[in-house]
Design a protein around this ligand. Sequence first.
Ligand code: DC
Length: 226
Amino acid sequence: MARVIAIDGPSGSGKSSTSKRVGAALGFLHVDSGALYRIMTWQCLEKGVDTQDESAVAACANEVEVECRAEGGAIAYYVGGEPPGERIRTPEINAHASHVAKVKEVRERITALLRGMTRYGDLVVEGRDITTAVFPDSPARFYLTASAEARAARRQKEEVEKGIANQSAEAVKESLLARDAIDSTRKYAPLKKADGALEIDSTALTLDQVVETVLAALPAEWRTER
Ligand code: DC
């Protein structure tokens, strides 16, 4: 049975950096579940689908073929034979993704894809519902948080560094809080801290400290194999 480390939290809480580092330390494949919601959003927008129209979104997402490959320590996604790259990281995708992520059929499809990834080996999976709905039985579940200011500052830095956008910190914070509000209040699998998950507030912690906290909290036998 493959082992799964599950990490949830709001945008900019440090899930990506943390899960990549934890995966590399243990030899577990990194899985970015948010990228799958972004791919579905991107495809809906490409096809001119209104992302507030749930049945149109469900129909469109159902047609999207995502190929998953284990490469470079992660599960990589391909659509039409190509990686989507930064096309799924734009402010436009940010603004629409949480609407697409509300749709039950989209969530069911992505949940099945994520569960199927255990065939590739041990995983560290990050998202919003990994600890509560996708892998609720994992013995290694974490909820990352940070202040809204810290989260917005991280996201803005990332957007500028990657040349994705040049928004003000205030604009980034506003879009991030709007997204979090939708993600936390939706009907199906909303973002929340799971009972039994370890909460880590990364506002005043370095990435090394967060990674060490996660590694130290893993089942003992997972750690001794490092
Ligand atoms: O983590 P991210 O910003 O790439 O996520 C993109 C969107 O997908 C965001 O609105 C939250 C949603 N999402 C989700 O509902 N469930 C997940 N497991 C991962 C992301």
